[in-house]
Design a protein around this ligand. Structure first.
Ligand SMILES: [Fe+2]
Length: 212
């Protein structure tokens, strides 16, 4: 068995066409998967904006919905650049994450701060997933020398990281203190509707930055 270093050296010297083809296929599959992800995210963000309690959280979802539409177009541009028809590859991961976001809407009181807290948690899970996929796609684009694609992917990746930072800031500066206030005025209400998801009596931890 060859070492990773040997295989990589062989790949970069152009002596490993199998790896080149395999990595190219991996890039295309992940591109189709993130294309599917962004399209589902656009729909989910509209629902989240409509369901949110506060103007700030609702506006954050509306802004990111528009941004996601631009990201869909950017992906279509990448499909054009590499000469592949734009197609979606179903992703069970994003389907599950969006299912969790809808769970928040059906299991929290309309107009409650708890709902916004839950929506932010669900939105950050989606962001972190997107960041992981775009990060991997960017690495593959560099390896495969897809320079133009890499530039476009880097723009989207930065947008996703910025959105994640904004959600963290919203969670820290607004929701944490707001939920605490709600808990003080209506003891127990803060935990009641989220207990089944986060464990009875445990606090809701918001906006955990992943260092991205
Ligand atoms: Fe996105």
């Amino acid at each position: 068995m060859a070492s990773l270093g040997e295989r990589i050296a062989s790949f970069f010297s152009g002596n490993d066409s199998t790896a080149d083809e395999g990595l190219r296929d991996l890039f295309i599959t992940n591109l189709k998967s993130v294309y599917y992800t962004e399209k589902r995210a656009v729909d989910a963000l509209a629902d989240q904006a409509e369901a949110s309690t506060t103007d700030e959280v609702g506006q954050a979802f509306i802004n990111h919905e528009q941004q996601s539409r631009n990201q869909v177009e950017r992906l279509e541009e990448i499909f054009r650049i590499i000469g592949i028809r734009a197609e979606e590859h179903k992703s069970g991961a994003i389907d599950g994450l969006i299912h969790d976001a809808h769970w928040v809407i059906t299991n929290t009181e309309p107009g409650s701060l708890t709902r916004d807290a839950g929506l932010i948690i669900a939105a950050q899970a989606i962001e972190h997933y997107e960041i992981a996929i775009y990060g991997s796609l960017l690495t593959l684009a560099h390896v495969l020398d897809f320079t133009q694609s890499a530039e476009l992917l880097a723009v989207t990746l930065e947008e996703e990281k910025e959105t994640d930072r904004k959600l963290t800031a919203l969670a820290e500066s607004f929701i944490n203190s707001g939920s605490k206030e709600e808990e003080e005025h209506h003891p127990g209400s803060h935990h009641a509707s989220l207990n089944s998801n986060f464990g009875s009596g445990s606090d809701v931890t918001l906006g955990g930055p992943l260092g991205v």
